[in-house]
Design a protein around this ligand. Sequence first.
Ligand code: NAI
Ligand code: MG
Length: 340
Amino acid sequence: MPHSLTLLPGDGIGPEVTEATVQVIEAADVDVTWDRHRIIGKTAVERGRPALPPDIIDSIQSTGVALKGPVTTPVGQGFTSVNVQLRQRLDLYSNVRPCSILPGLKTPFEGTDLIIFRENTEGLYSGIEHYDERLQIADSIARVTKRGSERIIRFCFEYAQQRGRDHVTLAHKANILKKSSGLFLDVGREVAAEYPEITFDDRIIDALCMDLVMHPDRYDCIVSTNLFGDILSDLAAGLVGGLGVTAGANIGDEYAVFEAVHGSAPDIAGQNIANPTALIQSAVMMLRHLDETAAANAIENSLRALYQEGAPLTPDVGGEASTSEFADALADRVADRVAA
Ligand code: NAI
Ligand code: MG
């Protein structure tokens, strides 16, 4: 089936990993027409345009699905994160980040197989911020709503059920944040009661972070509010080989944007050494979302075989290959698998 999809290469390592991912998708013989938008974030602002140009929103509203590279967000001042804007404008309330260890990758955290579900539109990232110049007081409001909590928690349980997962942990800080985290926990308990076949527990976020490093194999699906989910997913990425391998998806009722957990990695941008695996695994999630199961399987199995063999891999996972060498090797395997 032909697909028309939005492609946002982003900046930093974004264009390098996006190009590699498109190459691999094309090798899987998926019929895609890409609506490419390169001007976003800093490149848009430099041209006097909004950081998130309206034509990007229009494109995703028409295609329904985007594949996105990372976009740099200035620290402390400057424009509001394009990523946060995109998630809020398109109401992409579920951020799904699977973290399992690729075959052959050595990490001290054997048995890790987690899916982090992060509420993606509210909480501390609501954008309700205020600075009182006179009093020199800064406020960032963590707005948690019953509706917002219910839909991400329900999404997590539904996703778990569809994939035969049997345990959900809710991460919170309801001992201190009695209102916002307290509401999220109350709603979690209510929703969990509707899924008796899935066991449910809750953990206070700081103790959970410690326990995830000590006993990652004890966890399955973890659902949390925006800030905790953001931090937890980078922590979980570290358990399974780093940001170079960890996929993500932003999913709402109408639209979906697939992107890696990692950022624009300015420290390695332009050097052709970034690992495109994270975005390629995000593309696998995208292909499943589009019911392109055969292509998704071909890419996933080729990727696993390549990691199992241990080469060619990029430096972040202990190899010596460049981004393009890795992409070429993977694309060849995918094409062979599709032709077979
Ligand atoms: P980062 O994720 O870009 O980098 C953290 C570390 O991981 C760096 O050492 C980097 O080299 C390494 N790394 C990340 N991705 C890699 C890959 N694919 N292959 C090999 N190594 C990789 O996080 P950082 O440095 O905190 O953020 C940089 C910028 O990215 C910031 O402006 C931030 O706001 C933005 N960002 C954007 C996101 C998005 O567009 N979804 C998500 C996270 C951050
Ligand atoms: Mg993050």
